[in-house]
Design a protein around this ligand. Structure first.
Ligand code: DHE
Length: 505
């Protein structure tokens, strides 16, 4: 006891002494210079976000300064944020935290006027021919996003020969969305640009900057509406899916006027609505497609469902009646969209990356499986009782899990740690890891997507000089390597449009 008290006393003295020297040192540190040197490349010179999120008090509301210090020191396991403890002193980190919590003198307005002014229409969709410029199975095409040099590749899913490679906006994030039976694909960049590309004519149709710092976007399957979820400003932007004309900016606030970043928006096709989860208000919103027809004149009615906690990450079950949501504090909840309330607590050890969960039939019941970004474990949840029936230990926290209706295997990556070059293959019938691939030792292997018939699995080597590796999904033998520049994700038209249970939508 005595030892504990004296060591507490000494550590208090240590903290006090160090604290005062940190304060003294802080005065001599040029935080703005430090920010430009260490942070601006990812978070934007103006702190408004780029590859990384905006660093403003408005967006850091839920992060205590102490936690912010720890993020800068140790990095953030679920993101690309590196650790700075060996590059910056304690005082420098402290001054950076003060700097990012200082309000900007002026946050640029990004309302209807600015959005409208950014709108570019390259081609009126109705003026472009309906016949594709190439021949291929149009349902078995892939779009591959190549992050290293901000390009995308249209890939033939039968021959695995690239059809067309084209530039994209800086730092695309999230899955591109297909509409109109796969003719068009929509991209969202972290800095708010939404682009519509005509796959048949290999041309951009239109672009618009819908936010300053954007989270993701959803498109109704007929392509009529696009809803963009923003971190900054705290808004949803509704666009006409045909040429991206802006229809309405919806401020995201609760009934008391508190505003919130948007966690994500998804198109719930069976419900004919958009589902929106919020980051700073414990609510889920539902906005019906039919109410958007008059969005230009009147604000669409919003169905607000109260939740027990924030929904930082979530996924929807196959018929879109339930949301499985997790918050950064670690709580997981099941929200019933029909009943309009939280119906269960869930036992998930950490936060899954959005859209990482997949479902399949295991014995007599449907199960949901998800990796998480904190621990090396895949949780298998019985979707009838919502109990975790198995936790499969992996070699490290993972980002993405993927399968296909015709495949007996689920592939899960190990995105972080010394084994980040590993890809586990889980037998969906036994819930056991049956193989661990290391396609390129030392380089991250991640994000698998299947061909339309599920016979081939495509895996990314996440490197500037990376590759897409094609596997026979039954024998697990490698068939082909296609050089690619950090192919962050690949998206199969058929699997996305049919909402395959083995992938994200
Ligand atoms: Fe993602 C999807 C959020 C970090 C690559 N990621 C998504 C989606 C969201 C999201 C909301 C769903 C969008 C959609 O498809 O509609 N991502 C977050 C985060 O909150 C997190 C943890 C922190 C952040 O930086 O925002 C995060 N994500 C990353 C990365 O660091 C990754 C690996 C690299 C990158 O691009 O920044 C990354 N996220 C991806 C990819 C998808 C994605 C490749 C699409 C997966 C799919 O198959 O649909």
């Amino acid at each position: 006891m005595k030892t504990a008290i004296s060591s507490l006393f000494f550590s208090m003295i240590f903290v006090l002494c160090c604290g005062s020297s940190v304060v003294a040192e802080n005065k001599n540190i040029d935080a703005e210079f430090l920010y430009k040197k260490s942070c601006a490349e990812c978070h934007g010179t103006d702190r408004l976000g780029a590859m990384g999120p905006a660093l403003l008090p408005q967006n850091l509301k839920r992060l205590k300064k102490k936690a912010a210090i720890s993020v800068i020191e140790n990095g953030s396991p679920a993101t690309q944020m590196p650790a700075f403890h060996d590059k910056l002193s304690k005082a420098e980190i402290q001054s950076l935290v003060e700097y990012i919590y200082t309000p900007l003198k002026r946050i640029p307005e990004w309302g209807m006027e600015q959005i409208r002014a950014s709108h570019i229409v390259y081609h009126r969709p109705e003026q472009l021919p309906d016949k594709p410029l190439f021949s291929a199975d149009l349902q078995n095409l892939f779009i591959v996003v190549e992050l290293a040099d901000h390009h995308a590749t249209l890939l033939d899913g039968d021959t695995f020969i690239p059809i067309h490679r084209f530039p994209t906006r800086f730092a695309l994030h999230g899955g591109p969305k297909y509409s109109n039976n796969g003719r068009y694909v929509f991209f969202a960049s972290r800095d708010g640009w939404i682009s519509k590309f005509d796959i048949y004519n290999l041309k951009y149709v239109a672009e618009i900057r819908a936010g300053i710092n954007t989270r993701n976007m959803a498109v109704s399957s007929d392509g009529r509406y696009v809803v963009v979820a923003n971190y900054l400003p705290h808004t949803l932007t509704v666009l006409d899916g045909r040429d991206l004309t802006p229809l309405r900016v919806i401020p995201v606030t609760d009934n008391n006027g508190h505003s919130s970043r948007v966690s994500a928006v998804y198109a719930a096709e069976p419900r004919k609505s958009f589902i929106v989860a919020l980051k700073d208000i414990p609510e889920v919103w539902e906005i019906s497609y039919s109410t958007l027809a008059s969005a230009i004149k009147t604000p669409p009615p919003i169905r607000r469902i109260k939740t027990d906690d924030y929904l930082d990450d979530f996924f929807l079950n196959p018929d879109y009646s339930l949301i499985i949501g997790t918050s950064r504090s670690g709580s997981s909840q099941l929200v019933d969209l029909n009943l309009g309330k939280v119906v269960h607590k869930l036992d998930l050890p950490g936060m899954p990356h959005l859209g990482s969960g997949i479902t399949w039939q295991y014995r007599d019941r449907p199960v949901l499986a998800t990796p998480n970004m904190k621990e090396g474990v895949v949780s298998i949840i019985d979707m009838t009782t919502w109990k975790t029936i198995k936790r499969i230990d992996t070699l490290g926290p993972g980002f993405f899990m993927r399968s296909h209706e015709n495949s007996p295997y689920a592939w899960v990556d190990v995105f972080f740690g010394p084994d980040r070059d590993a890809m586990h293959i889980i037998d969906k019938r036994t819930l056991k890891i049956v193989k661990t691939l290391r396609p390129v030792p030392g380089k991250v292997s991640a994000h698998v997507e299947f061909t339309k018939d599920g016979s081939r699995a495509l895996l990314s080597i996440w490197d500037k000089e990376g590759a897409l590796i094609v596997y026979d999904s039954r024998t697990l033998k490698e068939l082909k390597r296609i050089p690619m520049r950090k192919p962050s994700g690949k998206y199969n038209v058929h699997n996305k449009l049919t909402r395959s249970s083995g992938t994200s939508h």
